[in-house]
Design a protein around this ligand. Structure first.
Ligand code: FMN
Length: 432
């Protein structure tokens, strides 16, 4: 009847190249002092997370593997569906899986990569992922990585359970699997079939790795990525340098703690210089390599929680805003006993260490987080027997497997914790 009224719902989300209503699912409606910290915003530099819940990076091994293809390493429509759907389901920040900054930095043949610039399908696909995530009012992170000596095993669903090394005929690079130190001793796991023995990097090649991280952080930001995470955990290249078990170099990148940290310092400061002062930078570390008491550690030393605390206290100098505390993955004799808080406790200890030093570096807790109440207590602190100091164990939680089981976890958590949150307009009728 000629009405000119335009519903706010009909106004498209700004900056998105297709119509979708403005959405911000997972933001607390009318937050107040009683809103659990889990649903309170967190400001990091020029960026506000609407809640404290992050989808942890998860390799999907779902990119083109053929090195002759223009699309090698490129994210696909699968990633738009997979990562975008978490954004529609109330998550604050979605982290893209370990993404290799050099072609030989992939773990398996179909892993994602970002070693090309802004005129590439890698860039264009990343921008599409950024659009879908932003269209839901969520933020997008990318985990930049180099697999080092864990590089180039066959994709799990091709090679079967357990790692199978990729020959040249399977698009592998047997001669270019790299590490701080070379030879059979430095394979990730013993045995003939699973991993290649690495060659060691020259100092000039280390500089190239550092430059590749910095360049691709900048490319990611140009594509619309809001947060850069550097992968320094799980026995991948940067982690291999940190640990005396895998780094036996006698140049400026090996030996002392400072020397072993040099590549991480180089990468994070170079990334910071490229992305400027507004973009948050996260660093994922392994809080310990779970070798305490092991004979390999007795002989060579190890990377334990104390060294992680020492590194964490250096992070303001390194340009890092948040340390994401995982563990393990650097030696096959690691002794991990996963239980409720096994990794969250590491995060808590590191957080205490940085706060005791008067620093504000944020801490991410990850590992076996399933219950909304547990997630709430991690970022809020408790007074019960699970946490004697009552201090929070982290400032954010990162969740992986529970999101694969229950993508709607954030909404269900809000309901359980009695928090009213905004919903994606299109799904509202199903969720009220
Ligand atoms: C399918 C899958 C892929 C993963 N890929 C990565 C990855 O790319 N980078 C990374 O740092 N961790 C990766 N992880 C580890 C998770 O980020 C997370 O730290 C771990 O699963 C523990 O959290 P959870 O108990 O919530 O699953 C992966 C985990 C899963 C289940």
């Amino acid at each position: 009847m000629g009405s000119t009224f335009v519903s706010p719902r009909a106004v498209g989300a700004p900056g998105i190249p297709y119509y979708t209503p403005i959405n911000n699912p997972g933001a607390a409606i009318d937050p107040g002092p009683h809103t659990p910290t889990l649903f309170q915003p967190l400001k990091i530099r020029n960026f506000t997370l609407k809640n404290r819940i992050i989808v942890a990076p998860m390799c999907m091994a779902s990119s083109e593997a053929d090195p002759e293809s223009d699309d090698v390493g490129t994210l696909t429509d699968f990633h738009i569906a997979h990562l975008g759907h978490f954004a529609t389901k109330c998550v604050g920040l979605v982290m893209i899986e370990a993404t290799a900054v050099q072609p030989n930095g992939r773990i398996s043949s179909n892993d994602s990569g970002l070693w090309q610039g802004t005129n590439s399908s890698q860039f264009r696909a990343l921008r599409r992922v950024a659009d879908i995530v932003h269209s839901q009012g969520a933020k997008l992170g990318i985990q930049l990585a180099h697999a080092g000596r864990k590089g180039r095993v066959v994709t799990p669903w091709v090679g079967g359970r357990g790692a199978v090394k990729a020959y040249k005929s399977a698009w592998g690079w047997p001669d270019d699997v790299i590490a701080p130190s070379c030879g059979e001793e430095f394979k990730w796991s013993p045995g003939e079939t699973s991993y290649w023995a690495p060659r060691d990097l020259s100092v000039a090649e280390i500089a190239e790795v550092v430059a590749a991280f910095a360049r691709r952080a900048s490319t990611a930001v140009d594509a619309g990525v809001d947060v850069i995470e550097v992968h320094g955990a799980h026995g991948y290249l940067l982690r291999q340098f940190l640990s005396p078990i895998t780094n036996r170099r006698d140049d400026k990148y090996g030996g002392s703690f400072e020397n072993r940290c040099r590549i991480v310092r180089g990468v994070t400061t170079a990334v910071r210089a490229e992305i400027g002062s507004e973009v948050p930078l996260f660093l994922r570390i392994s809080g310990t390599e779970w070798l305490e008491g092991n004979s390999v550690a007795a002989e060579n030393g190890t990377w334990d929680l104390l060294l992680s605390m020492k590194l964490a206290r250096l992070l303001p100098e390194f340009g890092v805003d948040l340390v994401d505390v995982s563990s393990g993955g650097n030696h096959h004799e690691q002794s991990i006993q996963p239980h409720g808080n096994y990794q969250v406790d590491l995060a808590g200890e590191i957080r205490k260490a940085v706060r005791a030093a008067g620093q504000k570096t944020f801490v991410g807790a990850v590992g076996l987080i399933r219950d909304p109440e547990a997630a709430r207590d991690i970022v809020q602190g408790t007074n019960d027997e699970t946490n004697s100091t009552g201090e929070p164990n982290g400032d954010v939680v990162l969740i992986a497997r529970e999101f694969l089981r229950e993508p709607n976890w954030v909404f269900l958590a809000a309901k359980k914790l009695d928090v009213k949150v905004s919903l994606t307009w299109q799904f509202g009728r199903g969720l009220l």
